[in-house]
Design a protein around this ligand. Sequence first.
Ligand code: G3I
Length: 371
Amino acid sequence: MTQRNAFAAVCYLCLFVAGCTSGRKATITKEPPSLKALYKNDFGIGTALNTEQIEEKDPKAAELIARQFNMATPENIMKEEIIHPAWDTYNFDLADKMVEYCKKNDIKVNAHTLIWHSQMPAFARRIQSVDSFRTFFTNHIKTVAGRYDGKVYSWDVVNEALNEDGTMRKSVFLQKLGDDFVTDAFRIAQEAAPHTQLYYNDYNNEQPAKRAGCIALIKKIQAAGVRIDGVGIQGHWHLGKIPLKDIEESIVQYSALGLKVMFTELDIEVLNRNFSGADVSQTMQGGSSNNPYVNGLPDSVQQKLASDYEALFRLFLKYKNNVSRVTLWGVHDGQSWLNGWPVRGRTNYPLLFDRNYLPKPAFYAVAALKK
Ligand code: G3I
């Protein structure tokens, strides 16, 4: 029996004994271990919160969040289209609620994200003049980062500015503002939010070509004398195909630039997909034939998922002096964006907790590494 299976067996046994002996007053705890407690001397354990969770409309999730996580990222509500829907209109209600909720639960907020080409407000997409676009860009960063300085722990200042080959993505920001827009964004953010950690965040930036582009981008920011504190590797990976060597090399190379490394949106896709990464504009054909696990995940796949998570966290622990945070992209499988992308309406199983908010074998594999 592996260490992981032995640990899971002990946990299940505790649940069983608790059930058998409860007689309403058994003292054996039914609670699974807490990841944030187990990993407290290693790195932060984060999750992404959706609107319902931020509004505290999901009591089961609330219990799990408070017990398991010490960092949280808003999955959507701090993105441009929601927080800044019109030129002079900002909507801070949900973001304020998130800050308040996290403060109450002793959770650090990893704010996401100031500048991203996706989920932009319609008014910003319509701006023609370069001057007006620059004003929008500057006002947005100043206003939003400024408001939450000292209230959030970090910002993903720029998200997904790179192509897979490491060149700059031809986003509206690049087209309107030129190559220096990333450095400019960090410069404005450092003035507006001097007490906030500032990060660059992307997917597939552990891959060699994109990593090289990412390193060039970071060096450019640093050469301009502008502060950048860390780099986020999103970590949207696929079952059985975790690029462990590339991840390790990336931790080493990004750390050599003096940056903290974070895994900011971790999930492991168990369904078929014919491309990698997390470009939300990419879609894939497919119906029920592409949705094989509607009635549950076979044990063999659960075990593979557990092995992948175990290998990843083993690597993160090896580099715990460089890795400052690991954030799962969602609290439980039922809320994952991978149920709706790149094919709508699939039943996916990418996280550590299942649709009933219960820990999966992958959870116990991650927990067992700290026993
Ligand atoms: O809010 C509307 C709601 O009013 C409407 O009824 C519903 C109908 O579909 O859509 C809702 O908006 C959806 C939103 O999530 C909130 O649930 C959007 O359609 C949907 O596109 C959006 O997806 C988000 C995606 O980013 C969009 O870009 C995912 O939840 C979110 O997990 C995902 O997160 C991104 C990171 O920010 C950056 N890295 C990749 C990652 C995964 O794509």
